[in-house]
Design a binder for this molecule. Structure first.
Ligand code: BJ8
Length: 439
């Protein structure tokens, strides 16, 4: 149907339809160029191609149909938001637009230039009214993870309701107790939207639905990256599938990801790989890739490499842990189970951020990766500073690593490609040296 068919709805929620149509045209054009041109794609990607064509159409209609039933619609910019509670209330919890350079100039009329592009892009989408997800949300759930986000909520709140969750920056017992309280408060905020109490059983159902979604993504992650001989899907397609998990209806999405995994299993059994043997296999570490930020994946996979995992919030950090419902019999136990799961997230906003480096070393080993790329969005101080510790650990372990800092502008695409090319050459040299030594 496309966006055109939903024009009256988009107008009714305050979208600047003309500007939005231009932006969607650019986004769909980029998707066609970068994704549809790949060879030997799994057939099950057809669903995700369709979803892209309806990303600001059919899905927006679904979310607004929920709202007419007084179900909550919550927009987020962080994986700390306990989406299980919104889903348990029958609503939709989704990531908001924040990956495009096209809104940044508008954002810079209100925000400083030298903050990360994700925050500026998201803010600009609201000022332009070109993200139908933002326009559909009852409120945006912000968090106190980094300085720039924390302060920008106060300005965004002048344009759209923002509810801020106080995420501690340490994980001591007293910090975790505060965290659990914040989850409880979030539930109460959802009840304010619906005007109804939210039962324990409904929240547990929200957890089960979300656990199944994460389990499907864990399955995709293994199929994509665990077999060094056969890579049945490109990193670019796998990234896109994960990105859409932040927007789609969770149950339908889980079913589609599992159908894709069935096909990938079949491909593995038939030795169908989208990359030739000995293609350098890389893990990307660092900040999230909000769509349409596909620049790095495109550069790597058109330069003879393959990305087999994103150690990122739009990636492994999002789906690696499930919520354990064993023995949960009352609300407090449920909030604790949620806090236990969410506090395992190893975002660089924590100090110390124990466990992240060991996890990365383990991921490289398990997946037999040939190297890592540490990717930081410009002006993201937490990930940028933490890169020193991660890169030192990679050097010590003899893992080839490349650090890239970038924003959303297309201007550095050529420079990134050149650096990736040189990195790939050094990895090939490294591979040959290992073969020579019989390792
Ligand atoms: S849990 S990584 S999604 S905070 S890139 S806005 S940190 S300056 S996105 Fe993040 Fe949650 Fe952490 Fe993940 Fe700030 Fe850095 Fe920008 Fe960032």
């Amino acid at each position: 149907m496309g966006v055109e068919a939903h024009k009256p709805l988009l107008e009714s929620i305050g979208v600047d339809v003309e500007r939005h149509a231009k932006m969607m045209g650019m986004g769909l054009g980029a998707y066609q160029n970068l994704f549809m041109s790949q060879e030997n794609r799994p057939k099950s990607m057809e669903y995700f191609d369709w979803f892209m064509s309806e990303i600001q159409g059919e899905r927006i209609a679904e979310i607004n149909a929920l709202r007419t039933q007084k179900k909550p619609a919550v927009g987020t910019f962080c994986i700390f938001v306990p989406e299980e509670i919104v889903i348990g209330a029958g609503g939709a919890c989704y990531g908001l637009c924040g990956g495009s350079p096209a809104t940044i100039a508008d954002a810079e009329t209100e925000l400083p230039r030298n903050i990360c592009p994700l925050i500026k892009s998201a803010h600009g989408f609201k000022l332009q009214r070109t993200c139908a997800y933002t326009q559909s949300s009852d409120f945006i759930y912000g968090e106190t993870t980094c300085e720039a986000k924390k302060k920008s909520w106060e300005i965004l709140n002048q344009h759209h309701p923002v509810h801020v969750m106080n995420i501690p920056h340490m994980k001591r017992e007293k910090d975790l107790a505060l965290w659990q309280e914040e989850i409880k408060e979030f539930k109460e905020h959802i009840e304010d939207v619906t005007g109804e109490p939210l039962s324990l059983e409904a929240m547990k159902e929200g957890v089960r639905i979300t656990n199944e979604k994460r389990a499907a993504l864990q399955r995709l992650d293994k199929l994509r990256g665990m077999n060094p001989e056969i890579m049945p899907i490109s990193g670019k397609d796998a990234l896109f599938v994960v990105q859409m998990g932040f927007l789609d209806d969770p149950q339908r999405y889980t079913q589609k990801v599992n159908a894709l995994c069935d096909e990938l299993e079949e491909r593995v059994s038939q030795n169908i790989s989208v990359f030739p043997k000995k293609t350098p296999r890389l893990i990307v570490l660092g900040t999230p890739f909000a769509p349409p930020n596909w620049k790095l994946h495109h550069a790597v996979e058109t330069t003879g490499g393959a990305i087999i995992n994103e150690e990122s919030c739009i990636g492994h950090r999002y789906f690696k842990d499930n919520v354990n419902l064993d023995g949960v019999e009352n609300e407090d136990e449920l909030f604790k189970a949620l806090m236990d799961r969410y506090s395992k997230i190893d975002c660089a906003c924590f100090t110390p951020n124990e466990g992240r480096i060991e996890k990365i070393l383990q991921m490289v080993k398990e997946r037999k990766a040939d190297g890592v790329i540490y990717y930081t969005l410009s002006f993201c101080h937490t990930y940028n500073v933490e890169s020193k510790l991660v890169l030192d650990a990679m050097e010590k372990a003899g893992i080839p690593a490349l650090a890239i800092e970038s924003d959303y502008s297309p201007e550095d695409a050529g420079q990134i490609k050149t650096r990736v090319e040189a990195f790939m050459e050094s990895i090939t040299f490294h591979q040959k040296a290992r073969e020579f030594k019989g390792l």
